[in-house]
Design a protein around this ligand. Sequence first.
Ligand SMILES: N[C@@H](CCC(=O)N[C@@H](CS)C(=O)NCC(=O)O)C(=O)O
Length: 98
Amino acid sequence: MRLHNYFRSFAPFRGRIALELKGLSYEYIPIHIAKGEHKKEPYAALSADTLVPMLEVDDEKLSQSMAIIEYLDETHPVPALLPAVQKVQPSAYPENQA
Ligand SMILES: N[C@@H](CCC(=O)N[C@@H](CS)C(=O)NCC(=O)O)C(=O)O
């Protein structure tokens, strides 16, 4: 796995923390946002939204830190970072309202 990351931003922290808590080995690819590296090649060609973090697994590219955490939880369940059962109020969904 390769994590494209900026060392001092909140969303990238999430991906890095999740990988570390799960004890997974990964390659850290620094992307310096303050220098605009996220908008330039080679990162701009890799990332659909040119934001960080972005996790590469084989040929797959995953952005959005919470989606990355969900993916890591599904593929490496222990230790779990999310609750096993998502408790969502049925009324949160319009189709469940009378
Ligand atoms: N919702 C996204 C936010 C990603 C995001 O906004 N990342 C910031 C760093 S915290 C970024 O790449 N900013 C560059 C820019 O806005 O041009 C996530 O959770 O991954």
